[in-house]
Design a protein around this ligand. Structure first.
Ligand SMILES: [Zn+2]
Length: 256
């Protein structure tokens, strides 16, 4: 009697990433066909992510030139091509996996992106951020409130439930803002100074007499126009660093 020890069938497939999906690959694997071994018949989503590319960045997958979705199970010798959003493909009957982005998208940021959160709020975008937010909360809020998850941690974006997400390439918060403006085409959607930098609440005009008691003496003397956060009640006025913020806003409105 012979005993076969079944270790799972390793098969070989090839996979080619296009456009900015190559940002996630080591230099030697970029812009070329990668031959890789897979165990059994995994879903194409798992193989794409095992190679480092979060599924949230993928728009079209072709397997042997047929359009498939993330659940497609790979077979031996499959030839896979993976495309990001915004790459024009010749035929139009592809399944587009990249979700529809609302005109005014809302965001949730992981706990390392405090500076970016303030910039996005400055520009008027609804941005949830908390300093001690565990990753599970970021995922939960993203999914429940249909917010785009912004992170540099690809692990967060690999959760099956996450549909809206973007992995920031830059480590510098000013450049991260530019990335987001470009990626989601948001420069014309900028509505500055309408959101609280501290808590994301709406900031509205308020009569001076209603908040006068809380103002420092010089501010009370020199300024007439005030705004207040509806949620945390923080008071804003066009004080000394308003000019700097305005410059920043104008920089974000332009193309770099
Ligand atoms: Zn506030």
């Amino acid at each position: 009697m012979s005993i076969n020890i079944h270790k799972g069938d390793m098969t070989s497939i090839s996979i080619h990433f296009y456009g900015n999906l190559n940002d996630f690959l080591p230099a030697v694997r970029r812009r070329k066909q990668i031959v890789t071994q897979v165990n059994g018949q995994p879903a194409v989503k798992d193989t794409i992510e095992a190679l480092g590319v979060p599924h949230t960045e993928v728009d079209v997958i072709l397997v042997n030139n047929q359009s498939v979705d993330f659940t497609y199970q790979l077979h031996s010798k499959d030839k896979v091509k993976v495309y990001p959003k915004r790459i024009e493909l010749p035929a139009s009957q592809h399944k587009h996996l990249y979700p529809k982005i609302p005109r005014f998208p809302k965001f949730v940021l992981d706990c390392h992106l405090g500076k970016l959160a303030r910039y996005l709020r400055l520009l008027g975008f609804d941005t949830v951020y908390k300093k001690h937010f565990p990753d599970e909360n970021v995922v939960e809020i993203g999914v429940q409130e249909k917010r785009i998850i912004l992170t540099r941690d690809r692990g967060i974006l690999k959760h099956k439930t996450v549909k809206l997400g973007y992995c920031l390439r830059s480590t510098v918060s000013l450049s991260q803002v530019q990335e987001i403006m470009d990626h989601y085409n948001l420069r014309t959607r900028i509505r500055p100074f309408c959101r609280c930098l501290e808590c994301n609440g709406r900031v509205l005009r308020v009569a001076k007499k209603t908040i006068e008691a809380q103002l420092p003496p010089k501010t009370k003397e020199y300024y007439q126009n005030f705004y207040q956060c509806r949620d945390c009640k923080r008071i804003y006025w066009q004080g000394s660093h308003y000019g700097k913020l305005l410059k920043l806003v104008n920089r974000f409105k332009k193309n770099k």
